[in-house]
Design a binder for this molecule. Structure first.
Ligand SMILES: *Cc1c(COP(=O)(O)O)cnc(C)c1O
Length: 403
């Protein structure tokens, strides 16, 4: 395709935003108008290699032909009837998610945050059934679980914003990977331990096997649920369909969203059989959730991602990416698993300045903390894309140290 200018342009778009949108986001100065596979084009026709994929959403690449076809076909046939009726793609996707993970039941949502809300409800009601009047949920500092009040209360770094308070009661946190503190925090009132297998928003910090095992054991001792938030790590990102598959633990509940719809909003809360029947009619619901278009898109995404050949490719390419990054001047360490990579930069290098420079050079990344670049490329890229991206990162880092 040709690189032609498209849309109303960055300046007009910015002017509209300035006047009409709440100021909740700090955006990079680019107006994307088109995407295809690992590539994006802005309104001036400039081309970018996307190593962020809308925060691990377009994992199968932008506008994947099979996802586009599924959305288009379903949109022509039926878009919405509500959860008062049966629809086929929802039931099929539930089967697919359950059988590929914990084997229990699924609740669909429209976002990751809402998948967490469902998990919190399951945990609290499960605790209620065990006679707990004041249920507690334990998370790690640095965890991110979303921004509605339940999810926010479980997100220690954001829950301390007093201007948004009061938060829900019954949430506590311990330092990330502190297995002893976690064991200490879990007691007779614990409804659940809710944690990320790899902390994404915090800057890509892997939760240790020791901490995961401590969480599993502590939950088992008191009868609490282990909830793994796989909203960022799931759907193939780490080189297995779910990140927990590469760990020694299996959760009771997992949450998914982000990549699940390939760009169409959808989330899911999946249970093991032991807590599949906790929620009953009247306990929870959503008008849009599990609708035919979103679930048809997710089925198409899983057709691509739930493939041992692709998942091995993700593990191998992730290792190759980290090896090349570790050879660059200015890189202190790489963290993560598969194609979820945090690049820790040497002291004194401002990751935000590097990311802005990379955007100029045509590479999209993001900066979850001041010393870290986060890379979440499409899972379908090849080693040439990796070489190109690492080449640009190397140039940007050299430019920085040259002053
Ligand atoms: C993005 C994210 C969420 C929130 O998902 P939304 O779709 O933005 O509501 C929750 N948990 C984790 C681990 C995430 O990465």
């Amino acid at each position: 395709m040709t690189d032609v200018a498209d849309g109303i342009g960055l300046e007009d778009t910015r002017a509209l935003e300035e006047r009409y949108l709440m100021r909740t986001y700090k955006r990079a100065p680019v107006d994307f108008v088109r995407g295809e596979g690992p590539l994006l084009w802005d309104a001036d026709g400039k081309r970018y290699l996307d190593f962020l994929t809308g925060i691990s959403v377009c994992s199968v690449g932008h506008c994947h032909p099979e996802v586009v076809k599924a959305v288009r076909d379903q949109a022509h046939r039926l878009m919405h009837v509500s959860n008062l009726f049966y629809t086929e793609p929802m039931a099929q996707l539930a089967q697919r998610l359950s059988e590929s993970s914990l084997g229990g039941r699924v609740f669909f949502s429209n976002s990751g945050t809402e998948a967490i809300e469902c998990a919190i409800k399951v945990a609290r009601k499960h605790a209620h059934q065990r006679g707990i009047a004041e249920p507690e949920i334990v998370s790690f500092e640095g965890d991110f679980h979303g921004r509605s009040y339940g999810a926010l209360s479980a997100t220690p770094g954001l829950a301390k914003n007093e201007a948004l308070g009061p938060m829900l009661s019954g949430f506590r946190s311990v330092p990330h990977n502190d297995a002893a503190a976690l064991r200490e925090a879990v007691g007779e009132n614990t409804a659940a331990v809710l944690i990320e297998p790899i902390q994404g928003e915090a800057g890509v910090y892997v939760t240790s096997e020791e901490a995961l095992k401590a969480a599993r054991d502590a939950c088992d001792e008191v009868g609490a649920l282990l909830i793994l938030d796989e909203i960022q790590t799931g759907v193939g990102r780490t080189g297995s369909l779910w990140a927990y598959e590469q760990t020694p633990v299996r959760p009771d509940v997992l949450t998914s969203a982000k990549a699940l719809g390939g760009g169409v909003p959808i989330g899911a809360c999946v249970t093991a059989p032991s807590c599949a029947d906790v929620l009953e009619p009247g306990d929870h619901g959503s008008t849009f959730a599990g609708g035919p278009v979103a679930t048809a898109a997710a089925l198409a995404v899983l057709d691509v991602v739930d493939d041992p050949v692709l998942l091995r490719h993700v593990r191998e390419l992730g290792a190759y990416l980290c090896e090349k990054l570790n050879g660059l001047e200015g890189v202190r360490e790489t963290r993560g698993r598969g194609l979820m990579v945090g690049v820790g930069l040497e002291e004194g290098i401002d990751a935000a300045a590097i990311a802005a420079d990379l955007l100029e050079r045509g590479l999209v990344v993001n900066v979850p903390r001041p010393d870290t670049l986060r890379l979440l490329p499409p899972l379908v890229i090849d080693s040439d894309h990796v070489d190109h991206a690492v080449g640009l990162i190397g140039e940007a880092l050299l430019g920085f140290s040259a002053g």
